[in-house]
Design a protein around this ligand. Structure first.
Ligand SMILES: [Mg+2]
Length: 304
């Protein structure tokens, strides 16, 4: 099956000068003008990250690449290449592998990601797939989580909550937005929201040794978060969904107040960005409404 699959795949991939040696050899060679490569990897499993009996394999393929591109975007990096490892259930393995690729290839094409290699195995278990993505750092150097300073503002792209209703499979990673920001602005810290807005923000806070106050009125709540809150009777509010659901794959950024003002008013960005809070010297995460004192905010999200 593997030989047949590789022949099919090679027919689908265009030559790429950044990959002088690609599929067909024991390992790949990447030709990167930058001295440094940014590398990230993520594995998805049937039953944990998706339910294959309920979603099309194309959406799974898209997501597997998209989550990695989102991590590159969170560092301000530009994607170059991806390596795809598939562990397929034995039955209809070839057709499933092809469908996964039919989902991820359009995303790779859109952001010029070369599929430079991978591995394909079959077994008597459920589908698992792992993607490793390689990117180039921006000229200003990669963004990390560790340089937020008291007085900085917290910014967020897009809207939050309710991603389980569809966005967690169909989102477009903020690759273009990250490129624009890295070229134009000084970002002190960044991450993407994979596990939950409050939880991912807490990682910036602990890495930077600071705290934050979120402006709860300023957080953009997704329509899906309202829909979810309305359709369930568990008392979880749309704001709770926005703060804790995860898999929004939006960017959380920290910048100086002056830089944040410039970013928030930049109409030519790929997605609108708004300030949602302030970094404080006092540790911990707090939330407040205008005219009210800050109160402690529970940090919620998906714990691995
Ligand atoms: Mg991430």
């Amino acid at each position: 099956m593997e030989a047949e699959f590789i022949a099919w795949l090679r027919g689908r991939l265009a030559a790429d000068p950044r990959v002088p040696v690609g599929i067909g050899s024991d390992a790949a060679v990447l030709d990167l003008p930058s001295q440094k490569a940014v590398v990230t990897t993520d594995a998805l499993m049937d039953g944990v990250d998706f339910v294959l009996s309920e979603v099309s394999p194309r959406r799974v393929g898209w997501k597997a690449l998209a989550v990695n591109l989102s991590d590159l975007a969170a560092m301000g990096a530009k994607p170059v290449a991806a390596f795809i490892s598939l562990v397929l259930p034995r039955e209809n393995a070839l057709a499933l592998a092809q469908e996964l690729y039919e989902g991820l290839l359009p995303l790779a094409l859109r952001f010029q990601v070369a599929i430079a290699g991978g591995d394909t195995n079959c077994w008597n278990g459920p589908l698992a797939l792992s993607v490793t993505a390689v990117g180039e750092p921006p000229r200003c150097g990669v963004w990390t989580r560790g340089r937020a300073r008291p007085g900085d503002l917290i910014l967020a792209s897009g809207s939050f909550g309710g991603s389980i209703l569809g966005k967690h499979l169909d989102f477009t990673p903020r690759v273009e937005l990250a490129r624009q920001l890295a070229e134009r602005y000084e970002i002190h810290a960044a991450t993407d929201v994979s596990d939950g807005l409050s939880l991912d923000l807490s990682h910036i806070l602990s890495e930077s040794g600071v705290g934050a106050v979120l402006d709860l009125d300023a957080i953009a709540i997704a329509d899906a978060a309202r829909e979810l809150a309305q359709s369930r009777t568990d008392g979880i509010t749309p704001l709770d969904h926005a703060l804790g659901d995860g898999e929004d794959f939006e960017l959380l950024l920290v910048a100086s107040p002056a830089e944040a003002a410039r970013i928030a008013s930049d109409k030519s960005l790929d997605a609108p960005i708004r300030p949602i809070g302030t970094i404080t010297a006092e540790r911990g995460l707090r939330g407040c409404y205008p005219g009210h004192p800050p109160t402690p905010l529970a940090i919620r999200g998906y714990q691995h």
